[in-house]
Design a binder for this molecule. Structure first.
Ligand code: F6R
Length: 361
């Protein structure tokens, strides 16, 4: 049941300290600091030259997050929208690891992309939440995200568990297939991972997202910007917002704003800017370009961050490794979408025109 919550979505957002604990449990050996995913031996991994992710919607945004983490660790990786992968993508060889990210394990576009990968000779790994799902059965190997069942159509806790699982996978892959400068940034991320469920719990308890969201209801459109790991978060936050509020929202790479979207920015289009602790000066500059056009900027950033004084409102995230700041920012923005949709009286758990798993191409 909903356990006293009005909507499954809010229950699932608030349950993330627990779901993340389950995702992490048993995955990191305290003695060696190495990652165990019950899949892919070091010998298998050392045969791979590159990683291709295939996924749809929210899972695609998690894949983009994962491919960025791998790139930072010196591994060749790219995320594809599964529905486009079948038409055109880099060649697949027997040295390619294809990672299919799918919460339900039943998404037709993703299953199609997995078939193409297998035909090309790739090793296919499914990262899924559902035991015995079609993706788990079709894949050569499977890693479960252990987020627990998700009932709300809008994916929330599964995005966070996917992101952490892909971070662990990135760590494991980079140990055995990374370039010269691999390892260090992801090791820092492993240390911070142990604290992440508690960090998330504190952030949820103190969140001001409802009050800040209410200030901006009735706007013409809602924009989300970010850079690096903040970019998939901006895309994901806009997807969530449009999905459950039916309002116009867009996510942009912050540096792209001045290449066109800035024409849409007015005093009636709030901009939510994600600051992850990396590349933040540039994002702040981009946010100021929006302010110059009269838009309010809401900074999603750590306390005391230089962006806080320079912007119009602040959604704080706890101090963590840059690899997880985006994940935490995303949860604050899940709350923004939820409270906006709730205030507008939308059908939050079952948005119009959408289904929990999409079994047609
Ligand atoms: C958005 C959402 C969808 C799914 C997408 C893929 O909130 O839930 O965008 O993420 O349909 O679904 P899975 O992960 O089951 O393959």
């Amino acid at each position: 049941g909903k356990g006293g919550y009005e909507h499954y979505m809010l229950k699932e957002i608030e349950s993330q300290p627990t779901s993340l604990t389950n995702t992490i449990k048993g995955r990191v050996s305290p003695e060696s600091g190495s990652v165990d995913l019950d899949a892919l031996t070091p010998e298998t991994i050392s045969e791979f030259r590159e990683v291709q992710f295939v996924a749809c919607g929210t899972s695609y945004h998690a894949a983009l997050y994962g491919s960025t983490l791998l790139n930072e660790a010196g591994v060749r990786a790219r995320a594809y929208r599964a529905s486009e992968y079948q038409m055109g993508s880099d060649p697949v060889t027997d040295e390619t690891l294809v990672v299919a990210v799918t919460q339900s394990g039943e998404t037709a576009d993703t299953l199609g992309a997995m078939r193409r990968a297998s035909r090309g000779g790739a090793t296919v790994l499914a990262v899924t939440n559902v035991m015995g799902s079609s993706a788990a059965r079709a894949a050569d190997e499977t890693v479960y995200i252990h987020a627990g069942p998700e009932i709300g159509v809008a994916a929330t806790k599964t995005f966070s568990s996917q992101t952490v699982t892909l971070g662990l996978l990135a760590h494991r892959l980079s140990e055995h297939m990374g370039g010269e400068d691999r390892g260090e940034p992801l090791d820092l991320a492993l240390d911070a991972l142990a604290d992440l469920p508690d960090d998330l719990g504190r952030m949820l308890d103190g969140s001001d997202a409802e009050r800040i969201t209410n200030r901006y209801l009735g706007s013409d459109a809602y924009f989300f910007i970010g850079r690096g790991l903040g970019y998939p978060v901006a895309k994901e936050s806009a997807l969530k917002f449009k999905e459950i509020t039916y309002e116009h929202a867009e996510g942009f790479a912050s540096g792209e704003l001045k290449h066109g979207p800035l024409a849409l920015v007015t005093p009636r289009t709030p901009v939510f800017a994600v600051f992850t602790g990396e590349h933040d000066e540039k994002t702040l500059k981009n946010a100021k370009e929006a302010q110059t056009r009269g838009a309010d900027v809401v900074a999603v950033a750590e306390e005391g961050h230089p962006a806080v004084d320079a912007t119009d409102a602040h959604l704080p995230i706890p101090d963590t490794a840059p690899q997880w700041a985006g994940l935490l920012a995303n949860v604050q923005l899940q709350l923004v979408s939820y409270h906006a949709a709730n205030e507008l009286g939308r059908s939050i758990d079952k948005p119009r025109n959408l289904a929990k798993s999409v079994t047609v191409e």
